[in-house]
Write a protein that binds this ligand. Structure first.
Ligand code: ZN
Length: 483
């Protein structure tokens, strides 16, 4: 839990004082708290604390533990390193058993305060549902954090947005067998229950068949779970039309299909619904923030499983818009479910623009690594808007090229197109995007390949621990609230 308070009081068990080297030299502390100033004066005589980035130094003051948190040189400090510093301080052994913590920062700009909020709410998120509780270990106590900052709506909104990020992370981190299409539908229905200006359409297997979403159905053929395309329409604006559609890839588990993924690549594949999770997290935020825009939230859900019923390499399937697709590789299934969802939404909802999010290609990870998502976008203005929201939120994206000649790379000898690009191994992130572009029918479109950024397979990266990052929720929430 995080709340804002206008003045530093030093009335909690602990107080984090965030301070860079220049501020330390000048003994400047937020809101000129004399008690903290006294403590700083004493500590500067010891020469032990130098406010280097990452340094955490404890002092006791009456009954309060003051932790000085060094931020290094002001010129070197980024918002990302600030988030990391806040996270590390809150998770440090000094605060293991502390429940109530005040945070004081000299710098009171909006971006700084938002970064501190995220360092706490995103940084200290832990996925512990299946960990047995050790009664003696209090290290995972949820902290009540009191951030010294004047009350303002933008900061309250930042707190709200983090809840959407962490909802997405919960959905991704939980077992693939738990978070199936039913679970995702139930999650969405709970979010929208009782809300105004909202409607939902759910295409189950029966409706997908009746309407001819043949690519979506093909992907799910080996699974015992039901495929679903869930579409939520939100009329936040009194202006008619001009819908922005967000479409998330929701492969609840991706074995790769008959082109089975090898050991070392399959273990984290419950994260293949991270695009859908980002759309659901954003839906939560849009409802909480009462966003005044017309929006469509769509999640296209299937499980790419193996078995005698599974779809087969070399076979051809027909998409919702009538184009036929040769299956070059069953592990390139994300573009299949997305293609049908994109054309279904384009034809039936006629949005002004589409943003899709998908853990789509390993090739994107090869190209950009784990820190930047790939962005393929239909025009420069749309690109600038997405990149702006990316820069403001630390959901980092990097634009990749898209051009008409790419169409030749997804040619098939026996169908209208193929679901893998040619030549093999060349620009796989671009050819995957090009495949999707074939279904946009000229609608303005931005595609985010989040294969590298959605999940941390390891002990941690930046201010994220192991597991889902919730990538995309902050970016979309910013984009939708800053027209
Ligand atoms: Zn796959």
């Amino acid at each position: 839990m995080l709340s804002l308070r206008p003045n530093a009081k030093l009335d909690k068990e602990a107080c984090l004082v965030l301070i860079d080297q220049e501020q330390f030299k000048e003994k400047k502390v937020a809101l000129n708290n004399t008690k903290i100033k006294d403590a700083l004066r004493q500590i500067s005589q010891l020469n032990s604390f130098t406010a280097e980035n990452g340094q955490i130094f404890p002092i006791s003051h009456n009954k309060t533990l003051i932790l000085l948190v060094g931020l290094g040189k002001r010129s070197d400090l980024s918002l990302t390193s600030l988030r990391i510093a806040v996270r590390n301080a809150l998770l440090s052994s000094y605060l293991k058993k502390v429940r109530d913590v005040e945070i004081v920062a000299h710098e009171q700009t909006e971006s700084t305060l938002k970064a501190i909020i995220e360092g706490h709410l995103i940084g200290t998120y832990q996925w512990a549902k299946y960990k047995s509780k050790d009664k003696n270990d209090q290290s995972i106590v949820e902290k009540n954090v009191y951030l010294v900052a004047s009350q303002r709506k933008s900061l309250e909104d930042a707190i709200t947005i983090c809840a959407g990020v962490n909802l997405a992370r919960d959905l991704i981190n939980d077992n693939a067998d738990t978070v199936d299409s039913k679970h995702l539908e139930a999650t969405i229905r709970t979010l929208i229950k009782g809300k105004k200006h909202i409607s939902i359409e759910v295409l189950n297997e029966k409706e997908l068949k009746a309407k001819g979403l043949g690519l979506h159905l093909a992907v799910n053929r080996g699974s015992l779970k039901e495929p679903k395309l869930i579409i939520v329409k939100y009329e936040g604006s009194s202006k008619k039309g001009d819908y922005t559609a967000m479409i998330g890839k929701g492969i609840t588990f991706d074995t790769g299909g008959l082109n089975l993924k090898p050991t070392g690549h399959i273990e984290t594949m419950r994260c293949d619904m991270s695009g859908a999770a980002a759309v659901i997290g954003t839906l939560k935020n849009v409802l909480a923030l009462n966003v005044k825009r017309n929006l469509i939230f769509a999640v296209t859900i299937a499980e790419n499983a193996i078995g005698s019923g599974a779809f087969k390499p070399g076979d051809v399937f027909k998409s919702y818009n009538g184009k036929t697709v040769e299956i070059g590789n069953t592990d390139a299934e994300g573009r299949l479910v997305l293609a049908d969802a994109i054309s279904y939404i384009v034809r039936n909802y006629k949005p002004g623009r589409i943003i899709d999010l998908a853990t789509l290609t390993g090739a994107c990870v090869v190209a950009l690594g784990n820190d930047y998502a790939g962005l393929v976008v239909s025009d420069d203005k749309f690109s600038r808007d997405i990149v702006h929201s990316s820069n403001e939120t630390d959901d980092r994206v990097w634009r990749l090229p898209s051009y008409p000649e790419l169409k030749d790379s997804i040619k098939s000898l026996c169908a209208d197109m193929k679901n893998v690009g040619f030549p093999k191994g060349a620009a796989g992130a671009l050819t995957a995007a090009e495949f999707l572009r074939q279904f946009t029918e000229g609608t303005a479109w931005a595609h985010l390949d989040i294969a590298g950024t959605a999940f941390v397979d390891g002990s941690g990266r930046w201010y994220y621990g192991h597991g889902a990052t919730g990538f995309g929720v902050r970016l979309l929430s910013h984009y939708l609230t800053n027209p």
